[in-house]
Structures are given as C-alpha cells and as structure tokens.
Design a protein around this ligand. Structure first.
Ligand code: GCB
Length: 603
C-alpha cells in the first residue's frame, strides 16, 4: 500500500494553495487504527459563531489569518473594540453536525467557527496530534494563535501534529469549518442528501512516542488461505529499527527491521488460521511494537476475488444479500457517529439477514466498519464522486484522489471491506471515464487485495437493460442502479425487463426501491403507500431471479434520510422516503418482505 513518499508528494500538491496562505500550517497525516490508541477526548460543548460573511478570516476573507476569530480575543467592557467573543457565544455538541442541533442552523451552509479550551501537560519524547474523525467539508485548525493545519473532504479523518504548539496548562483550539457547496468539490453542488456541516465525528488528542507507527497492513496472500504478508510503517525510525508483530491466537511472534523509508515488511505462514467470513467472523488480537510505540488491533483474514461473473469469498462463490444506507442517525436524524447509532443501523441489517451493506455515498464513521468486522457483515465503501462533478478540473481530481487515499488508509485493515466504490451514478462521457480510470488505478495501487466497483446508471433499450457503460472496463464488479417501478414504468411491468451483461463481470443491483411514508396505507398501485413500495420489492425479486449473473443486491435504502430534494408536504417533508425503516425507526411492510426473501435465500 501507500509509501510515505507518495503520500507526501500527493499532499504537497493538494495543499500547496492552502499552505501558501499561512506560514505555520502543516500537512496533516492519518494515523491508522487511531481508535485503538489512548486518547484525550475533546468531545463535548464547543462555542460557535456562524459566519456567513466570512468576517472571522480577518483582512482576507479567502484565507486563514490569525487576525480574525482564530485569535480568540475576548470582549472586555471598557477595553478595545472586539466584535466577537467565543466565551459569550452559544455551544454545539461535538461530535455532531450543526444543522440538526439548532433550528436556526438547519439550512445553514457556509463558514462556522468552533472554539474550546482544554488543558494539557506535555510529556518528554512524546508527539501529540489533534485528531478529527471528520470535519465537513473543509477545515482550518488553529491552536493557541497558530494555524496548525487545513483539511478538505468531509468524511475522512485527519491528524495534525501540534507538538510544541500545545503548552503546559491552558490551551485553546479554534476550528473554522466550511461546508459551502462549490462546483469543484467532491461532492459538488447537487446531491440527494443533506449537506450536514461541522465537526461531525469525535475530536481528541493522541499522544505517541517520538518514533511511532502511522500505518500498517496485514492481508492474506491472494490464492492462499494461510500466507500472511504486509508491512508496518514507522515514522521517525532509523533504518534497522526493530518491529515486532504478535498474533497470540495463532502463536505467531515475528520480528522485522525497518528500511530507509521506515517500512518493515512481514511475510509468514499462519497454520491453523481460521478464515473470517459472515458465518464465522473470526477476529484475532494483533499487537505491533516499534521502539516505545505499541498498537493493538483486532483483525480478520479472508480473501476476495472475482472469477468470471462470480465473486469468491475465501475461494467460494457468494451472493451478497445487502442493503444501502446513509450515515444518518436513527431516531434523531443528523449525522450518525456513536456506537449505539452503528448498532441500530447494522442491527437492522442483521435483522434483514444481510451479509452485506453498501455504505453510501461516502466513508461512514469508523465504528460502523469495526462493528461490521465483529458481526460478519461485508462492506461496500464509497467516495462521494456523485452525479456530475467537475471532471476536467485538476483540483477536483486531486480532491477525489485524496478522499480515496484517506478512505483506503483508514479502512484497509477491516476484513469486512471487500469493495471500494469509485463513484455513484455518473453521467457517461470520455472525461468522466478518464477521471474514474485514474481513481481505479490509484485504488489498485493502494490496495491490490480488494475489488473495485462503482454504482452505474442503467440504460435501457425498451425493456432490455444493457450493462455496457464503458466505466465497467475499469471495475472488477459492476454495480447498477435502476428504479423500474418508481422513476420509470409501473411496478407491474418490472418482471418484463431483461438484462444483458456484455462485459461478463459480476453484477450487483446497487440500488432499486420506491418511496413510502411509514403508516400510509392504500392500494399497491398508489405511490408513497407502504403497499406500493412492498409491491415494487416483490416484482423486483421476480425480475432479479431471472438474471443469471446477479451476485448481490443493495436496495435503496435501509432508512429514510434527509434531503432538500424531497419537498412533498405531509409525505416527504425534506426526507427521501425510500427507507425500509422510517427516520423514527418504524419498519415498513417492505422491510418484512425483504427479510423473508433473504431468509429463504440463506437456506
Ligand atoms: C439514486 C441515487 C441516490 C438517490 C436515489 C433516489 O440513484 O444514487 O443517492 O437518493 O437515487 O432516491 O432517487
């Protein structure tokens, strides 16, 4: 997977413009497995100032400046003029999007400043990072009057090294978070979900020794079921630094030394290894040590491959009984982030007898992947290259590549993840093909062990679906979205449709479905009734049973989710109602139909 030098080169290009704006800001990193490291939580109430006119930037409204709100000045009666004061400002909970916390912020998009105080006691020979689980969409971070880092991409974590900036005793952090939609961002101006902004995932301080592990990867060698290979990357290590790796459950204790790039390679046999699978999600405790640093993880080993139009898990064909879902919090809406949220969402997937989920349309919170590892649920993980983005703009490609890199870096040790998705429903064009081709090349370089996919729009010739989008050439598995019975045709016509797969690759029906308001009943021909949705599912199953190359399905969607595109009063009220469960947790008729269908498939 990634070498440090590639990462540095990539980040230098990406951040050049931002760095130019501040002499102090540094590059961020991403500490793998950070949730298993001891952390000092900075979660809780943070003061905030919504700043639609970008006053807080100081003299230059486009760039980070220490003359604005980052200074964290205080208004003192009788003192100099100060026109803001975090200490007198209201608070928002972190983690959490701002939209769902205050009625006045429900539709707010733009710049919002966060601030909190914290105490810290530096230790010798220790690096300290401030870790952000995700900040949507762009963030500039300031500690004690210093601009420490910038980050773009709303769904992936970043860590800024604040060693030497954070001082003994009282400190403060200011985060300028901006979720303005722009044509160049990923995603871009239009999307069928809420543009939740803010510090949507946990924030913490993470201490590591001077020499520390920032990345590792361990995988089964393709084609084998007991040969493990991988690497541990150590920052600050001289060549020849010893790295140990222990898997007590397999009686494995290995030793390797770092090369001049800080990388120690491992390759060994693991006799008696129990493979990870949905039926047997065996995780092994893993302990890594390099100098004074140690990292623990729980890791599963499995292989995933494609053979003809089959998907093989651990060498055997598998059918993926899935469901798609947004990272939206059950019962309260807003961004999901807690373990309880993850348990509810994946708990519903389990009730449906799913062995697979599509985490749409962006990387979800890491605890969902952890739980999927434990529950034995396979995962499709996606970056928000959604609908028509700016295919010809190099910074847009950089932003997509960067989000892809961060997704793979964060999640490449989760056995549950089998598919990296490059995009969703992108309109066909040579520019689009070239853009996603580059992403696929990047993904394969970063992670040669998993499969590459995309959710593609299905094109029809009459009632024949022809799966010939040229994007398929770059993919291992073809995802196709279709809404027969909702946006096209009636439910009754669904079984008439036939499917052709000229590329001969495995196909997943990555979306199908219909809207229904929970509790709205009526004839199964009336849209938005539970009966209509249920009927669409039943007809879809009939059609899909006749598709010989179908290897899985992820109907749209597990739960209703907020979207400003859904305006029908009394029915949608700002929610996409294609959930099998409502945003309040009510199960609709189709939930039980899918549950029965998957139960029968299991037998
Ligand atoms: C799609 C999109 C998904 C939408 C869905 C819908 O094709 O991929 O993001 O929410 O359709 O409900 O229209």
């Amino acid at each position: 997977m990634v070498g440090m030098s590639r990462r540095v080169a990539f980040c230098l290009a990406f951040y050049a413009a931002l760095l130019a704006s501040s002499a102090h800001a540094q590059e961020t990193t991403l500490l793998v497995d950070v949730d298993h490291r001891p952390q000092i939580s900075l979660d809780g109430p943070w003061h905030f100032i919504a700043d639609p006119y970008r006053e807080g930037w100081g003299s230059n409204p486009e760039h980070a400046s220490l003359n604005g709100y980052a200074k964290n000045a205080h208004y003192v009666p009788g003192g100099p003029l100060v026109q803001y004061d975090f200490a007198r400002s209201p608070t928002l909970n972190v983690p959490g999007d701002w939209n769902s916390q205050k009625d006045s912020l429900l539709y707010y998009e733009g710049l919002l400043w966060y601030q909190r105080d914290f105490t810290y006691h530096p230790k010798p020979h220790t690096h300290v990072f401030i870790h952000f689980g995700a900040a949507s969409y762009a963030a500039s971070i300031f500690i004690n009057d210093q601009h420490v880092c910038d980050h773009q991409g709303g769904f992936t974590p970043f860590d800024c090294d604040i060693t030497g900036i954070v001082k003994d005793g009282d400190n403060f952090v200011v985060a300028a978070v901006d979720d303005t939609r722009t044509v160049d961002r990923v995603p871009t101006l239009r999307k069928d979900w809420w543009n939740y902004g803010g510090l949507i995932r946990p924030v913490s301080l993470v201490e590591v020794p001077d020499t520390y592990i920032d990345d590792y990867s361990l995988q089964l060698q393709r084609g084998t079921q007991d040969q493990i290979y991988g690497y541990v990357h150590v920052v600050g290590a001289n060549a020849g630094t010893h790295v140990t790796l222990g898997i007590p459950g397999l009686h494995i204790e290995k030793d390797a030394v770092t090369d001049t790039n800080g990388r120690a390679e491992f390759s060994f046999a693991a006799p008696g290894l129990e493979l990870w699978s949905p039926e047997h999600p065996r995780l092994y405790d893993l302990a890594l040590r390099a100098g004074y640093d140690q990292l623990k993880d729980e890791i599963g080993f499995r292989t995933v491959e494609v053979k003809g139009d089959q998907i093989l898990l651990n060498g055997k064909p598998i059918f993926l009984r899935g469901v798609s879902y947004h990272d939206e919090a059950p019962f309260r809406s807003g961004r999901s982030w807690s373990e309880k949220d993850a348990q509810t969402l994946l708990g519903w997937a389990q009730e449906l007898h799913c062995n697979f989920v599509r985490m749409a349309h962006y990387p979800h919170t890491e605890n969902e992947y952890r739980l999927a590892d434990k529950l034995g649920i396979l995962v499709w993980s996606e970056i928000p290259v959604y609908w028509g983005i700016n295919w010809t703009n190099p910074p847009t490609l950089d932003a997509a590549k960067h989000q892809l890199w961060e997704m793979i870096r964060r999640d490449h040790n989760h056995a549950s993840v089998i598919l990296w998705s490059m995009s969703n429903e992108t309109p066909e064009s040579p520019e689009r093909n070239a853009f996603i081709h580059q992403l696929a090349v990047e993904a394969r370089k970063e992670d040669p062990t998993r499969l590459i996919t995309s959710a593609i729009v299905t094109h029809f010739k009459g009632t024949t679906a022809v799966l010939a989008d040229p994007l398929g050439q770059d993919l291992d598995v073809l995802g196709y979205n279709e809404y027969i019975g909702w946006y096209q045709g009636t439910a009754a016509t669904i079984p008439d449709y036939t499917w052709q797969n000229p590329m001969g690759k495995p196909v997943i029906m990555s979306e199908f479905g219909a809207g229904a308001k929970a509790g709205l009943h009526g004839p199964d021909t009336e849209k938005f009734t539970e009966e209509y949705q249920d009927n669409v599912y039943r007809q879809q199953f009939q059609m899909m049973e006749k598709i010989p190359f179908l290897r899985g399905m992820t109907p749209w969607a597990l739960m209703d989710f907020r979207s400003p595109m859904r305006q029908l009063p009394g029915i949608q009220d700002d929610y996409n109602r294609k959930g099998l469960v409502s945003d309040k947790g009510e199960k609709k008729k189709a939930f039980f139909t899918l549950q029965d269908y998957y139960a029968k498939m299991q037998k």
